[in-house]
Design a protein. Sequence first.
Length: 158
Amino acid sequence: MKKFLIFFILIVFFLHSKAQYHRLMDFGKSNGIYLELQIKSYDFGPSFASLNYERYFGKFKSLGVRAGAYITIQPQLLMPITVQYIANSRKKHQFELGFGGFVRTNFEENFKTDMPAMLFPMAYRFQETDKFYVRMGINFVTGINIYMKPFFSLGHRF
């Protein structure tokens, strides 16, 4: 009877710790949408704001992709597309690095599409809950010239 009681206690302890482990390992939602505000606009597409969608993969939700659309003054669509990595994705304070490019479609020139620049975002990310987050950083943009464009973002995970 004593062995059975010890065995039963160990099983209950194991199941309880396994449940706690899965509760701690929940790293939030995979999808996000955010509004990014630029302090300076780009020369190849004058704009100050973009609406972006991001999707993160893996167990820790640290590797993801982003696609967005800038609101421009000219009749064109400017879309940033990047691959991003979040360091410390399990904590509130996170560091984000990425690389990608811009795809531009000009509506005045029969929907002419080109890739005017490469994009390398580097950001600080604060995400206390698994719903809302704030991003601040610099977009390093290389094309004909090299730009450093500071940005601020507010987002929602779902």
